[in-house]
Design a protein around this ligand. Sequence first.
Ligand SMILES: NC(=O)c1ccc[n+]([C@@H]2O[C@H](COP(=O)([O-])OP(=O)(O)OC[C@H]3O[C@@H](n4cnc5c(N)ncnc54)[C@H](OP(=O)(O)O)[C@@H]3O)[C@@H](O)[C@H]2O)c1
Length: 329
Amino acid sequence: MKYRKMGRTGLNVSALCLGTMQFGWTADDAGSVAVMDAFVDGGGDFIDTADIYTTWAGDKSRGGRSEEIIGEWLHSKGNRADIILATKVRGRMAEGPNGEGLSRSRVIQCCDDSLRRLRTDYIDLYQCHWTDLNTPIEETLSALDDLVRAGKVRYIGASNYPAWRLMEAVAVSEKRGYARFETYQPEYSVIERQLFEYEAKPFCTHYGLGVIPYSPLAGGFLTGKYRKDAPKPASERADGALGRYGNERGWELLSGMDEIATAHDANVAQIALAWLLAQSVMTAPIIGANNPEQLAELLPATEITLTQDEIDRLNNLTKWVRNGRPIWD
Ligand SMILES: NC(=O)c1ccc[n+]([C@@H]2O[C@H](COP(=O)([O-])OP(=O)(O)OC[C@H]3O[C@@H](n4cnc5c(N)ncnc54)[C@H](OP(=O)(O)O)[C@@H]3O)[C@@H](O)[C@H]2O)c1
């Protein structure tokens, strides 16, 4: 495992962050614990969750379950000081008109609830999961700043914000002397580039936010288990992955990745992660794994250095296209 500075901060984190959206959803409690154990054994220390994981899983889960599983694990291992823990606030966690959002009262209440579920007295990185345009940015940032000053939160970050709102947030923090967003968590992978690269990437580069992208394997498509003429893999995410990426562009990308993987004696997933890790704005891709076997196939990615020719080849295979022509050509 390699370690990297989290953006411009002095904090070092493992170059792969463990996502935990699958805990209590596609990974049961024992499987979730096994994944965390394997991650730490492999040198990982950076773990990402959210209060709402996983409200969408119906009877199989509920909001807060991922945090509870992590909290029980931290407590039983006694390893809180060795882990960099990131969680998020914004989604609906209660009934009623104030059951979601980024108001002062919501942010402070949700932080206390996350601390209780995580069985800790501080969160290393507290992130706004997505924007709340009904709340003034000053209100959200002042509440987050209070949490930092109270010692409940060490750094703050944002996820899924459009670049203009990130800019507004950083400007307000600087003007008022509040804690600033130090990280940005976008959806980003070699097959899903434009959303982040168009505006937020140059913003993060310029202002020194550490990027921790989610879905770096495009929900499993970039593991290579989805193939043009092969049967659909048994996965809860198969329809979503195939619906989005199971087309000529996706299959061509996978063949290019196969060749690059062979040259590195690696697998396709490792190449997808190495492509992200080659970017200077990157702090740590957030990987999801349902079991230690899946995780073991991902961790060696930090040891792979792609050549510039390989990076160019992947970039060419996934150029943004508008009106049938590549943009930026
Ligand atoms: N901020 C946000 O809005 C947001 C949104 C989404 C996720 N996230 C965070 O990002 C994390 C990762 O997102 P993600 O799960 O979409 O990431 P991903 O890495 O793109 O996809 C992970 C999925 O790929 C499959 N997979 C992983 N390793 C594999 C292997 N070696 N072989 C075969 N299949 C493998 C597994 O799905 P199957 O086995 O089920 O096929 C796994 O659930 C989440 O846990 C969460 O912490 C944040």
